[in-house]
Design a protein around this ligand. Sequence first.
Ligand SMILES: [Zn+2]
Length: 383
Amino acid sequence: MQIDLYGGFGEKGRTSVGLGDAHTRILLDVGIKVGAMGRDYYPVIEDAAIKDLDAVFISHAHEDHIGGLSWLLSRGFRGLIFMTRETLGEAAEMLAQYADPSHVRDFPIHPDQIKLFSPGETMHVGQFKIMTGRSGHVVGGAWFHIDNGHGQVVYCADVTPGSSVFVMDPVPRCDLVLLDTSYADDAISGLQRRMQIENWLAAHPSGCLLPVPASGKPLEIMAILPGRFAIHQTMREAIATQILAEDAFAPATRDLLRQRLATAVDWSDGSPFPDCPLLTVDGMGSAGPSVDAIRRASAQGLPILLTGHIPDHTPARRCFDEERATWIRLPTHPTRDENVAIWTGAGRPAALGHSCSQSGLRDLQAFLPKLDVNAVTGDHLAI
Ligand SMILES: [Zn+2]
């Protein structure tokens, strides 16, 4: 089986991996890279390879995994698009924010192209058997295990083994695992990080701004907010939909989140900031209501807490660099020890890491001896 690293290797963003043999070619995710310009915004897959694809599998609707889907269609992709119902539900919004508007307009997803699946299902494309499991990262998020009869590859996509709200299924054994190394060798547990955030929130009782992505993280944060909080009014329906998802949560967590959402205050653009934590989308200030909210909060001196990845050339990064925002990671990717556990569970196979710089991979390699720290976007390998 040939593995084509089209994006997200030695870098964070535009995550995309091709798998192929003489009979079948599939693509796993097609993300964009926030902060990159021109062709670098998209995966490095060539047009001829795009036209050859039988299918693309989308792990979840974050921009670094789905943002290039309309672009892929504009370059001639005509295969099947596998995603979960929840991912499909968030796809249009994400593409509206991160895709080229002319691609969205001129190359809509044809309903016949879409094949819905639920994490836990097994699918077949040509010679490939594709098993899936829950990622623990967002509602409807999935990892993939691909078997062509000669080799087995696990693509973790984004996974959150230590989520306080979502469930992640263990990944099966394989010959090669593509790990989510977003956090390199960061060993601080989710529990410790959540305590740091609770302390920060307690120290800012008269209001603060928390920019977040639309899915996943809002629920993680809602679970630890100590009291009254506000959300941008457009988030309520999306969060309610995520809470409805079957199987994503332990039952008690679902009830807690439902209660928390019922007490949340609706906030709208331009209104005075509330005297409680306010959640707005997105997490980088590069799209959605966060663009204006971060600008105003920053001008008014409202405390801002960033909890996710803050790429260069984004408003969130500028606020952080100018010390107008605090950053405390709320883990939605594996810590060092969690990645070691995933790799061990997969049978200690050869490993690649996506969503991480090469220096970050070298740090992690001390704990994951079979991690390839040299593979970068544009490389091709075989198992
Ligand atoms: Zn993600």
